[in-house]
Design a protein around this ligand. Structure first.
Ligand code: XMP
Length: 511
């Protein structure tokens, strides 16, 4: 027998995070000096290279807000109605943006009862309202202390502060830094909680509130650098599925209509998320979106080859998701027998991405900060599901089992998630789910892991340490300085605590 009688022996090797370790390099960089800033597209700059997965047990508005506050990005999933998804994106975009541009208003002829109904209907948390006439001209400010049941029958104009008593600035006085301007105003006017913005004709254009400005200033003091757009709003992404008509063709009008609504709320990045991005359907969707929304950042995937990256880049994607089957709840490799271990996939994709001038996201399989460091030697940012699913900001209720607290975490290719809407992501129609359709994900539980801030600070801390060991002052240098060694099974055992009885489970970077 010679070697060719056996199965070809020189197959390429697929490696993943635990198969390699990074070599230490000469360093003049202390971990805390390492910069985690990155630019993902013309309009998306982050201060943390971490994106939360568009999964129905990971990212809704609370997660997207928490991720953007940490400097990263959240992608709101699409296993909900289109209307609900638009609302979720609006919640993120309207979260403490310094200047509130479409404030709720009252009218002089209304009663306090009408205002109370607005409070109830819109579930607003505050009680002070600018009062405007039919031409949107500012006529007064209704103070919160009169928006009470006992004054229900009074008219707004009887109870409001009149125009001459209301503090305002004009749009042109806001200047380059709205927060600084408002902060200065509130410092100079003790006891005033609202500053209204008007145009030259005295029409209401927005308002600042003291509590928002205090929160933003607090963030600045605590070194938090939220990811914001050029209007100072938090960044937010959302995923869509390729909606098809009964005859199988893309429902172009519906997709364009929904994406227009998302963009109308200020959406920053749209993800066409599927299990198989190197496919005609995904290419068609990306081309449609690129031609209709030339300025929108488009994320598409998932792929695991250079060809796949080129295909989606040519279709118009700015950012390409890499990963098939590395995820903690994924069974694609077991069910379909397909997929490439994640580090090898990233290696292949990173070369093509560089040549095409697009960015890549390492999606799935990140289970510790060391994996983030290794992934970022090839990718521009990582996408995490499982690591964030146990956070209080993830959707879903907390379950108690034998005294321990858990949250549900499920694959978007699990039967339950596909029934809730994600079937198209795996190339199935919801109506087919009762027939034999293989699920490609599992339903699982994650132990509660605290807040996003806590989880992210652990990941960012580990990333900075890795950058310190590699002498990398920023994420570009991390890529340039990376040298890999292949780890043997004995080397892998050596990398975890061994020959000791562990009394405290956290891993320390020393030793
Ligand atoms: P982690 O490891 O962070 O992975 O939990 C999250 C990523 O896994 C992908 N994903 C799936 N892949 N079947 C799969 O094969 C699934 O059911 C599934 N659900 C999510 C997705 O890319 C996510 O970001």
């Amino acid at each position: 027998l010679n070697a060719d009688d056996f199965f070809p022996s020189m197959l390429p090797t697929g490696l993943t995070f635990d198969d390699v370790s990074l070599a230490t390099r000469y360093s003049e960089v202390l971990p805390r000096q390492a910069s985690l800033n990155l630019t993902l597209s013309k309009r998306i700059s982050l201060h943390l290279p971490i994106v939360s997965s568009d999964m129905d047990t990971v990212t809704e508005s609370n997660m997207a807000i928490a991720m953007a506050l940490q400097g990263g990005l959240g992608i709101v999933h699409y296993n909900m109605s289109e209307k609900q998804q638009v609302r979720e994106v609006a919640r993120v975009k309207n979260y403490v943006n310094g200047l509130i541009q479409d404030p709720f208003v009252a009218h002089p002829e209304q009663t306090i009862g009408d205002v109370l109904e607005l409070v109830e209907r819109k579930n607003v948390k505050f009680r002070t309202f600018p009062v405007v006439d039919q031409d949107e001209k500012l006529v007064g400010l209704l103070p919160g202390r009169v928006v009470k049941e006992r004054y229900r029958s009074h008219r707004v104009e009887e109870a409001m502060h009149v125009r001459s008593q209301v503090h305002t600035i004009t749009e042109s006085e806001i200047g380059e830094n709205p927060v600084e301007t408002a902060d200065q105003f509130f410092s100079d006017h003790l006891g005033i909680h609202k500053l209204l913005v008007v145009d030259q004709e005295d029409r209401l254009k927005g308002l600042f509130t003291l509590s928002d400005i205090e929160r933003i200033s607090e963030e600045a003091r605590s070194n938090l650098r939220p990811a914001r757009d050029d209007r100072f709003r938090l960044l937010c992404g959302a995923a869509i599925s390729a909606v098809r008509k009964a005859d199988g063709s893309l429902d172009r009008d519906r997709i364009i209509g929904h994406v227009s609504n998302l963009v109308g709320e200020g959406l920053d990045a749209l993800a066409v998320s599927t299990a198989h991005g190197f496919s005609a359907g995904v290419g068609e969707s990306v081309r449609l979106l690129r031609s209709e929304f030339p300025d929108l950042t488009i994320i598409a995937g998932n792929v695991t080859s250079g060809d796949g990256v080129e295909y989606l880049a040519d279709a118009g994607a700015d950012i390409i998701k890499v990963g098939q089957g590395p995820g903690s709840i994924c069974t694609t490799r077991q069910i379909a027998g397909v997929g490439i271990p994640q580090l090898t996939a990233l290696y292949a994709c990173s070369k093509a991405a560089k040549a095409k001038g697009v960015r890549i996201l390492a999606d799935g399989g990140i289970s510790k900060s060391g994996d983030v460091v290794k992934a970022l030697t090839l990718a521009d940012a990582v996408m995490c599901g499982g690591l964030l699913a146990g956070c209080k900001e993830a959707p879903g209720t907390i379950l108690e089992i034998k005294g321990k607290l858990y949250k549900q975490y499920r694959g978007m290719g699990s039967e339950a998630a596909m029934k809730a809407g994600s079937a198209a992501r795996y190339g199935h129609a919801v109506k087919d789910l009762n027939r034999k359709v293989a699920s490609e994900g599992i339903e699982a539980l994650k132990e509660i892991s605290g807040s996003v801030e806590e989880v992210i600070s652990g990941l960012a801390g580990g990333l900075r340490s890795g950058m310190g060991y590699l002498g990398a002052k920023d994420l570009d240098a991390l890529k340039e300085n990376a040298l890999y060694v292949r780890v043997s099974p004995a080397g892998q055992r050596e990398a975890s605590p061994h020959d000791v009885i562990v009394v405290k489970a956290e891993t320390s970077e020393e030793g």
